[in-house]
Design a protein around this ligand. Structure first.
Ligand code: AMP
Length: 389
């Protein structure tokens, strides 16, 4: 996700710049001012409460803001990111935003302040008042809005300066040059972000071969826990011997071992553009582990993809594979194949469902030849990350 807040006094040009940015970065636009005006137009309880405050140029209570904004955010968890206009406007709202972002397992990437002085602000708003039809675009109210901005909103900047995500541009220049400056800031922030993809699918859906090819095409590190465990056995490491013991006794490999291996992989992969996870997370517990591991590296999941293949086709593919040189140790009998499909169904499908509710999962048709499926997944990745990297 890419989350941006545009900051600045009324009339700085936040709305104008937003229009460009939401298109360029495919973001969901949240203007608390627009949301409040909508509540007023619909004569809701919140709207009625807010009406006179807005008319006088004051700030609506944080209580009202949290209610209107929470619903909008939680209704759109699978968006590419959010662009906030006119929020956060108080120090308390900065904390509210932190909480909301945390709920979506994401964070604010940058807060960009568009600076204009008071007189520019007043003259622009008076000008806008001629056509906007907004009752708060008149001089007395404008002065009060600016006073509220200086008293309550400006202190918010310190919060973001402390977090290291504060940027500013001169808003008195032309719309185009302000736009270019903002894009520069965003692109610079994006280049620091890792692209982390989680690839799901039943055994036989092609996640392994697609995962490797995608990693190569996008310069990502391929993280496949099954293969990592096998490698430990082959390398005859201490962990490898423990894993072999567990395999031979028909036991599952505990999460501690897997966590340790992934941790090692994440910290040894310096300078990569991101990771593609295959075969992990397999359980709900592991999904929490992945969130924690990525968080530790200052990162989050960027995209979740599930390759869908009908069950009969899966069985056909796995059965065919069992007769070829690509046969995996766990593909050798029908009973084992069925067991693996069942494991996926009972343990991993709930993880995919959870992710689908939280972040949205892109479902890809896994039928057809390798190139066809690869093209579909690439399209999905590039579409989601259009201009994001
Ligand atoms: P705007 O459209 O952003 O200029 O907002 C118009 C008016 O809505 C403001 O003057 C405030 O009265 C109210 N408002 C908008 N956003 C907020 C917010 N985040 N917190 C408090 N009041 C707000």
């Amino acid at each position: 996700m890419l989350n941006i807040a545009l900051f600045g006094p009324p009339g700085a040009g936040k709305g104008t710049q937003s229009e460009f940015l939401i298109k360029k970065y495919n973001l969901f636009y949240i203007s608390t001012g627009d949301l409040l005006r909508e509540e007023i137009a619909n004569k809701t309880k919140l709207g009625l409460e807010a009406k006179s405050i807005i008319a006088s140029g004051g700030l609506v209570s944080d209580e009202i803001i949290v209610q209107i904004i929470e619903k909008t955010i939680t209704d759109n968890p699978d968006s590419n990111g959010f662009l906030f206009d006119g929020f956060p406007r108080t120090y308390i709202q900065a904390y509210i935003l932190e909480g909301l972002m945390l709920k979506l397992n994401t964070s604010l990437n940058c807060l960009i302040s568009i600076n204009v002085n008071e007189e520019v602000s007043v003259s622009r708003l008076l000008n806008r008042g001629i056509t906007s039809g907004r009752s708060d675009d008149n001089e007395t109210v404008i002065r009060n809005r600016l006073k509220e901005y200086n008293d309550k909103t400006l202190p918010v900047l310190q919060f973001y300066k402390d977090k290291g995500v504060f940027f500013e541009v001169n808003g008195v220049k032309s719309i185009e040059s302000v736009n270019l400056e903002i894009i520069d800031i965003i692109n610079h922030e994006l280049s620091k972000k890792l692209l982390n993809i989680v690839l799901f699918g039943y055994p036989g859906s092609g996640r392994g071969s697609q995962g490797k090819a995608l990693a190569k095409a996008y310069g990502l590190e391929y993280v496949a826990t099954g293969e990592m465990l096998d490698q430990e056995i082959k390398d005859k490491t201490g962990t490898g011997k423990r894993i072999l013991d567990l395999y031979e006794n028909g036991q599952l490999v505990p999460d501690e071992i897997v966590v340790h291996l992934i941790e090692k992989k994440l910290s040894s992969s310096k300078g990569v553009k991101g990771f593609i996870f295959k075969g992990f997370p397999r359980t709900l517990v592991q999904s929490y582990i992945l969130d924690g591991l990525l968080k530790k590296h200052g990162s989050t999941i960027s995209k979740i993809i599930e390759i869908e293949v009908p069950t009969l086709e899966l069985i056909k593919r796995l059965d065919e594979r069992s007769k070829t040189g690509n046969c995996m140790p766990y593909d050798t009998s029908t009973a084992r194949i069925v067991q693996r499909l069942q494991e996926h169904e009972s343990k991993t499908v709930p993880v995919i469902e959870k992710y689908n509710q939280l972040h949205g999962v892109s479902k890809i048709d896994g039928l057809g030849n390798f190139e066809e499926v690869f093209k579909r997944i690439s399209f999905e990745i590039e579409n989601g990350f259009k201009n994001l990297r």
